[in-house]
Design a protein around this ligand. Structure first.
Ligand code: GLP
Length: 244
């Protein structure tokens, strides 16, 4: 999964060296980032002109906090590739005026000319970025109260579950849907239900990833466990991979 995801990202950077990559955190993209680092070290990939925007950040965490998504991005990717760090963007979790920070982030994405390739993981409840199940899709960057299921899922990365922030800033659905291409990655059986609902269920803000069915260029890279509930739709038997 990681190698194929890295291939899609590598192709994007080769095709357009000054592309805007929308990046994601979580455990799913770590392997792809490792591949990108390796390719960069081997001189096969050049990040010198790449610009990035990350999906989200925990509210209240500074960029040097080991649990912050800025720290995650630095340690998993940015510190190890030849990217200009001033061209990497993550919402500011410490912003006092969060509304202003959300506005700034939307304007920043707009000023960059939008996103060429948006990488996405998926939450067990179908969230993308931190767009949690809601009654309506939120278009712009906004502050979100994390659901209990997300807090519980993410608590595995914290020494004390009480430390998991309750709020986050997240990019909205609009820049994700306006990205030229979306790359959704998922692995493991605990994603099977979310992937099935996202790809084959009704398009509803109760499963935020389901809106990706309406994207004209969605690439899904998933292992068999994550696709287990899609057996009927995909006729996976005996096939190593499948093009949706
Ligand atoms: C977090 C992130 C999402 C990510 C999700 C799944 O909530 N905000 O962007 O997709 O976790 O993470 P994992 O890949 O660790 O399962």
């Amino acid at each position: 999964m990681s190698r194929i995801a890295a291939d899609v990202m590598t192709a994007q950077v080769i095709q357009k060296p000054d592309c805007v990559l929308g990046l994601a955190t979580g455990s799913s993209p770590i392997g792809a980032y490792k591949q990108l680092v390796k390719r960069c070290e081997e001189g096969r990939l050049d990040f010198s002109e790449v610009r990035t925007v990350n999906l989200d950040e925990y509210k209240g965490l500074a960029g040097d906090n080991v649990q912050s998504y800025r720290y995650f991005m630095n340690t998993n990717l940015f510190d190890h590739v030849n990217i200009d760090k001033t061209c990497t963007n993550v919402p500011n979790g410490l912003a006092k005026d969060t509304k202003a920070e959300c506005r700034r982030y939307d304007e920043l994405i707009q000023n960059l000319g939008g996103i060429d390739l948006q990488l996405l993981g998926i939450g067990r409840n179908g969230h993308i970025g931190f767009n949690e199940p809601e009654d309506a899709f939120e278009k712009g960057t906004h502050v979100v109260a994390l659901t209990e299921s997300t807090i519980e899922a993410n608590s595995r990365l914290f020494a004390d579950p009480q430390e998991v922030p309750r709020f986050a800033l997240t990019m909205g659905i609009k820049p994700i849907m306006q990205a030229h291409r979306v790359l959704l990655i998922a692995n493991g059986e605990n994603k099977a239900d979310a992937i099935h609902k996202a790809l084959f269920g009704p398009v509803t803000p109760q499963v935020p990833a389901s809106i990706l069915q309406l994207h004209p260029d969605l690439v899904v890279v998933a292992d068999k466990a994550a696709l287990a509930a899609c057996d009927q739709e995909l006729d996976l038997a005996g096939r190593g991979s499948v093009k949706i």
